[in-house]
Ligand binder design. Structure first.
Ligand SMILES: CC(C)(COP(=O)(O)OP(=O)(O)OC[C@H]1O[C@@H](n2cnc3c(N)ncnc32)[C@H](O)[C@@H]1OP(=O)(O)O)[C@@H](O)C(=O)NCCC(=O)NCCS
Length: 182
């Protein structure tokens, strides 16, 4: 089952999405989707985007997007210099808060890359209305697969946070090029 051969769609989470069977191998991401994602959307804490198999109605994957901010001094030097940000400038950024593929679909079939294209395109579109200098995400320490996945997408590490999670970033300029300046 690859993205090329499986009919699927993306839409914000709604009551028709079957949520209880979702399992990506990360307990926190599973519990969030099964029990918290609905209220998280209703309370405007994040927009939960769901990819579904349109034949079986299975949930294939989900991701969340939220507006956030970051001090320019925490961003990669090259971006700071290019844009002449001052270290204490507060910049808008798009938080890819959660990103998970169900185990029936994940692990090297291309679903992660496919969903990332949707997430990054939505972040790019939103940045044309509300400024965002890039996409930010945090990975659990020890999640080598996630680390490799994001490094493979050219995300750069911004270091380990106080809570032990590793923070990654990619600039919106890069995302714009990724989508062919669309
Ligand atoms: C991390 C995770 C999102 C990756 O998803 P995935 O579906 O396994 O990823 P993909 O199959 O798209 O990509 C994995 C690799 O296979 C390659 N690949 C294999 N077949 C492919 C195909 N047909 N098309 C595109 N890429 C393909 C990709 O290029 C990628 O390699 P790279 O990262 O070295 O470039 C997924 O394992 C997951 O949900 N894990 C649990 C939750 C989690 O850790 N989330 C991340 C939190 S930050």
């Amino acid at each position: 089952m690859t993205p090329e051969t499986t009919p699927h769609d993306f839409r914000p989470l709604d009551n028709n999405h079957p949520r209880t069977a979702f399992s990506c191998g990360d307990t926190a991401l599973d519990i969030y989707f099964r029990t918290l994602a609905g209220q998280s959307g209703r309370r405007r804490m994040s927009v939960v985007h769901v990819m579904s198999n349109t034949v079986t109605q299975d949930v294939i994957a989900y991701y969340t997007l939220t507006n956030a901010s970051i001090d320019a001094g925490l961003l990669p030097d090259v971006l700071v210099k290019k844009n002449r940000y001052r270290p204490h400038d507060t910049l808008g950024v798009t938080l890819l808060g959660r990103f998970a593929i169900d185990l029936r679909y994940s692990r090297g079939k291309g679903w992660g890359v496919h969903m990332y294209m949707d997430a990054s395109y939505n972040a790019l579109l939103a940045s044309r209305i509300v400024a965002s200098c890039g996409i930010l995400l945090d990975t659990e320490t020890g999640n080598a697969r996630a680390r490799e996945f994001w490094a493979g997408r050219e995300f750069v590490s911004l270091g380990i946070r106080n809570d032990g999670k590793e923070r990654f970033f990619i600039s919106m300029d890069y995302i714009q090029k990724l989508h062919g300046n669309a």
